[in-house]
Design a binder for this molecule. Structure first.
Ligand SMILES: Nc1ncnc2c1ncn2[C@@H]1O[C@H](COP(=O)(O)OP(=O)(O)OP(=O)(O)O)[C@@H](O)[C@H]1O
Ligand SMILES: [Mg+2]
Length: 203
């Protein structure tokens, strides 16, 4: 059962946004997905609470305090959202169970600098987990996207793709929904951008 950990100690880079949409992808494909949240703010948990019952179900995975437990039986996919500042032993615990770690990163100098030490730490400590970086709130074919890709590849990590800055994520999240729950015509561009991300996720 694949376990995806979404992490970046820098705040507000899109971890929760990516986590809920990844969980939404698996759910709408009929998988038994659990979404865990070790964030004290419980962003993903609060989002699950407003998810309408007629949409593809996503179960809540109770993760208490520092204790990142194994997901219960029956689960086919696991997505773990982590908070800003997630580091040290808690990160080690999460890395133990992670198959893939996805690091959302915005293409600003400050975000990249703030994430640099974390990426190096991940490369050193990841164990069996594969690590990939996702460009968040950035349009591909921009200079910013090129610079981010160059920087990440220089570290020897793959760039999974770029998700643009769009109110679609914001509005859908406020309704407990994901791009996979929306009318495809409304999110056509976004679904297209997920393709390369999903190739890596499924491999
Ligand atoms: N692709 C996007 N387009 C537009 N807005 C986005 C996008 N991704 C994230 N946002 C918005 O940016 C803000 C921060 O995103 P989010 O909460 O997912 O980040 P986070 O990394 O989980 O933050 P924290 O570190 O506080 O947990 C939110 O208001 C979210 O709606
Ligand atoms: Mg969050």
């Amino acid at each position: 059962m694949p376990v995806f950990v979404i992490a970046n100690p820098k705040g507000g880079v899109g971890k929760s946004t990516f986590a809920i949409n990844l969980a939404g992808y698996f759910a709408t494909r009929g998988h038994k997905v659990m979404l865990g949240d070790v964030d004290v703010q419980q962003s993903s948990r609060s989002w699950l609470a407003v998810r309408p019952p007629n949409l593809a179900p996503i179960a809540a995975w109770e993760v208490s305090g520092d204790n990142v437990a194994r997901p219960p039986r029956g689960t086919t996919h696991m997505v773990l959202d982590t908070p800003a500042g997630f580091d040290g032993t808690r990160l080690d615990e999460a890395l133990k169970i992670a198959d893939k770690v996805i690091v959302p990163l915005q293409p600003s100098m400050f975000d990249i600098m703030a994430t640099q030490a974390f990426l190096q730490q991940l490369i050193a400590r990841k164990g069996k987990a594969e690590v990939g970086v996702l460009g968040m709130r950035v349009n591909s074919r921009t200079r910013a996207a090129d610079q981010l890709a160059h920087y990440v590849r220089h570290l020897g990590l793959p760039v999974l793709g770029f998700l643009r800055d769009t109110q679609n994520y914001v509005q859908l999240a406020s309704q407990g929904a994901t791009v996979w729950d929306a009318a495809p015509s409304r999110v056509e561009k976004d679904l297209e951008q997920w393709e390369t991300v999903l190739e890596w996720v499924r491999k």
